[in-house]
Design a protein around this ligand. Structure first.
Ligand code: SIN
Length: 354
């Protein structure tokens, strides 16, 4: 699409990504995030509050009223784009944060770690229990019953979680990595029909579980206002994106599904971020908006052809805006979830593929 890489670097979309991306200034004392001008970032929370107060909206934004508890805001500049501020109550946010960390990365769902480590069971629990992932060569002759023997391929290394004390006593260890490091490096998991990133297509032959019914119902409810009466959104696949401080999702299109009249239902959880919605080419200057925990974005029709991405998340106390999650995750049992989400954002985007 571009000649020299510098051209791609100079597109309007890339310039906006660079504007909001996290950079550090080194002072003599410590690394400080460089201040960024956020005055151009559309804030649907304050727009919604003002709309409830005096029924006024900025030009270019119009509401749709439906049976959700909040109006949906649309952009004249981006037909098919819908923003539902605070769509998910905080209890529901907590539920999906928990699922995103505990059950969604479980095999047969794939994650970014599959390519290196194969399927990993119970990553979140392993990180919570301070475990370490160890690579063992079958031919090293371990008799540990926790190690799965792979038939007919005795030289294939396997990766398994162990207590750190157990790990130290192993003579056959080849490589190891802390589960907490892997959790921090978890970038995506896929639910339902599995997406093959190398081919940029769904691979229906890969083993998969159906998307949980509660998530299907939620997506169906959120998508309903964008569909003609009687048409129902069928959640068939979802990608869960995990962001830590400094992580970004570069501008891209979600165009692998057959029917673009069906929206992508995109839920934000955890720390606040900036979402960019651009045009059909990267040359179109994108609109920046805040996405907070509980917000839902729907992209259907023409909006499916628009570049979008996430150049920034905020994890500092003042800007992350997760105090309601902190109240709900106050139990001892939830402390690991809270620790994670205090410095992270999760996005679940749900698709009808066929
Ligand atoms: C995506 O476009 O795939 C995710 C967007 C987001 O994280 O909000």
């Amino acid at each position: 699409m571009y000649g020299p890489t510098e051209d791609a670097e100079r597109t309007a979309f890339r310039m906006a990504e660079k504007k909001y991306k996290l950079y550090y200034d080194n002072t003599r004392k410590k690394k400080q995030p460089r201040p960024v001008d956020l005055s151009d970032v559309t804030d649907f929370k304050s727009i919604s509050e003002a709309y409830h107060r005096n029924a006024e909206l900025p030009s270019g934004i119009f509401p749709i009223h439906c049976d959700l508890h909040t109006p949906i805001f649309c952009l004249e500049s981006h037909p098919g784009f819908y923003f539902i501020p605070g769509a998910l109550p905080v209890e529901e946010q907590c539920r999906w944060i928990k699922e995103s960390l505990t059950s969604f990365p479980q095999p047969p769902n794939r994650t970014n770690h599959n390519a290196i480590y194969g399927p990993l069971q119970d990553l979140f629990a392993a990180a919570k229990d301070n475990k370490v992932l160890i690579q063992e060569e079958q031919y090293c002759g371990t008799n540990n019953s926790e190690v799965e023997i792979i038939e007919n391929d005795i030289n294939v290394p396997t990766w398994n979680f162990f207590d750190q004390s157990g790990a130290l006593s192993k003579g056959v260890t080849c490589k190891s990595v802390l589960a907490s490091v892997l959790l921090r490096k978890l970038r995506w998991s896929t639910l339902g029909l599995q997406f093959d990133w190398s081919k940029r297509s769904y691979n229906i032959s890969l083993p998969h579980n159906k998307i949980p019914d509660a998530l299907c119902l939620l997506a169906e409810r959120m998508a309903a206002p964008t569909l003609p009466l009687g048409e129902v959104f069928q959640a068939e696949a979802a990608i869960v994106n995990y962001f830590g401080l400094g992580d970004t999702l570069g501008g891209h299109l979600d165009d692998m599904e057959k029917d673009w009249s069906k929206p992508i239902v995109s839920m934000s959880l955890g720390c606040k971020g900036i979402f960019l919605i651009g045009g059909k080419s990267r040359e179109v200057p994108p609109l920046a908006m805040f996405v907070r925990s509980g917000d839902v974005i729907l992209m259907a029709g023409q909006a499916r052809e628009c570049f979008h991405g996430v150049p920034r998340i905020f994890t500092d106390k003042e800007n992350a805006e997760i105090s309601s999650l902190e109240l709900l995750f106050s139990d001892e049992e939830d402390s690991a979830l809270l620790e994670y989400i205090k410095t992270s954002r999760i996005n679940i985007n749900i698709r009808q593929v066929f």
